[in-house]
Ligand binder design. Sequence first.
Ligand code: GRF
Length: 217
Amino acid sequence: MSKLKLGVLISGRGSNLQALIDACAAPDFPAEIALVLSNKADAFGLERASAAGIATAVVSHRDYPGDKPAFEAAMDARLRQAGVELVCLAGFMRLLSPWFVGRWQDALINIHPSLLPSFKGLDTHERALATGVRFHGCTVHHVRPAMDDGPIIAQAAVPVLPGDDAHRLADRVLEAEHKLYPHAVRLIAEGRARVDGDLVRIDGPLPELATVLNPPL
Ligand code: GRF
């Protein structure tokens, strides 16, 4: 079985990268990480990749002051040299241009810590608490030029609980992220998540989900 080659883009601690590394370690997982690319030389995720024997590259935006096209062309070249087929953004903190997004049309995905389309952007946990939603969560989606926009591949919901602060809620969401990202990558690698216009269709049988109430009955 030939595995889908992933390029993971990071800027920081890389806990989602770690979840992908761990998933890819299973022999039956249909993807492998060909390259971890960071725009920051001190990103802890680079150490995680090296510890797992995965190739790394640093392309710093600071080396291309005022020249985003050159920065992105350098990233694009590294990804292609490594034979990457699917780019996974995992805490990558630079907005990508329409050029880069177009180069990787339907082969560029992101994980965002909210149930999109609610709470695009930063500070999602604080805003979820301030809004009083009873469920929060995370989303893996295809990337489009607009921020945190694009066909949704998979979501995980977690309850917002009495006494939560942003940290507790963030921890609960992050635990869900670590399950969701490998799951979404698997669906894509198995050819079961197909982009159809603005939507992603999931092929194959799926177990029914129960309705969850919060607060519970
Ligand atoms: C995660 O919360 C992810 O959803 C968001 O950035 C954070 C990255 O965390 N896009 P990590 O670097 O994967 O630990």
